[in-house]
Design a protein around this ligand. Structure first.
Ligand code: FES
Length: 106
């Protein structure tokens, strides 16, 4: 049986509302996205090239890559707009005591 190991990544108050924050957590570059008070965490590196998604735009649940404007759904990591075809990795999130915890996994 595996147990989830939660990493304290940030304070909820540090996340800009309806925007994205790029953060290194346990050596991973992550994008913390705040959408309507909910928090979603994905890899911060576009699957199409070496672009950091935190430098792009978050509109609703879609994040747009700053380099070629590919888009991903931050809830599922699904690639939603060309030229991206490979989905983003997403990470489980929980909010507790005003802190954002992320399960990094393997
Ligand atoms: S690097 Fe992100 S769409 Fe090309």
């Amino acid at each position: 049986m595996s147990t989830t190991s939660w990493i304290d990544a940030a304070a909820v108050d540090d996340l800009p509302a309806d925007d994205v924050l790029g953060l290194e957590v346990e050596g991973r570059d992550l994008a913390l996205c705040s959408v309507n008070g909910e928090v979603f965490v994905t890899s911060n590196t576009c699957t199409h090239g070496q672009a950091r998604l935190c430098d792009g735009f978050l509109e609703g649940h879609e994040i747009e890559c700053p380099l070629h404007q590919g888009k991903f759904d931050v809830r599922t990591g699904k690639a939603t707009c060309a030229p991206v075809t490979e989905d983003l990795r997403t990470y489980p999130v929980k909010i507790e005591g005003g802190r954002v915890y992320v399960a990094i996994g393997d």
